[in-house]
Design a protein around this ligand. Sequence first.
Ligand code: 5RP
Length: 263
Amino acid sequence: MDWGKQNRIDRIIKPDTGKTVMLAVDHGYFMGPTTGLEKLDAAVNPLLPYADTLMLTRGALRNYIDPGVDIPITLRVSGGTSILNQEALLHEGATCSIEDAIRLNASCVAFSILVGADYERDTILTFAEIIDEAQAYGIPTLCVTAVGRDMVRDARYMALASRLGAELGADIIKTYYVDGFEKVTESCPVPVVIAGGKKIPERDALQMARNAIDAGAIGVDMGRNIFQSEDPVAMIQAVRAVVHDGASVDEAYELFESRKAAV
Ligand code: 5RP
């Protein structure tokens, strides 16, 4: 692999553990001021020491994050529809050029493909163009696989969407944890991370992360279950313990409770 691309990947997927805790705060690109991210800088700054990369849009990066911060950026470069337009929601396109991603010193670019949705072809072909452009500059790509309206969110669908993203040329796949997740990781030739999804109790989110790692995921790209936690700093440390240190759910939850109590 090209030196620059490998260097960027190694900044995100830590070579000592082969794992990553990606902090996703890109929700505003289709949901606006998401609960917990109204003041994105205030929410994110205390979490940065515990995240291996920050996933967000270029507007959030420029407006909320200090350029002096030492964290690799995973830049979301897809969008184009909002949560208000459910009909069109599954029809994303490119929202940022690779030139601007380079200007922002992005270590990775993220794009959603909408396998099974009406407009899957548009999203898949646009992502292929993004991969070509990113590849030319040694920038890795993260493929976000989402759920089409008529697709059942199960291991068969996630395996299909994830493998499709890898065959397009993505370097990392982001998908959702489902029962039988081994089917997804074992049939995907590139690393897989899971999104957290809607906020659930902390212990359940830690269990989901544990299950995903045990099933072959190399980490999480988690947002709401961290920044909407009753104690986001304690939660990201607990998630980190699961991902990087092999902590059990009991150990991680105990860590969460103790760090929470320490405040
Ligand atoms: C949307 C995304 C979000 O970043 C993603 O869903 C991660 O956040 P959460 O853990 O809150 O689900 O990629 O497509």
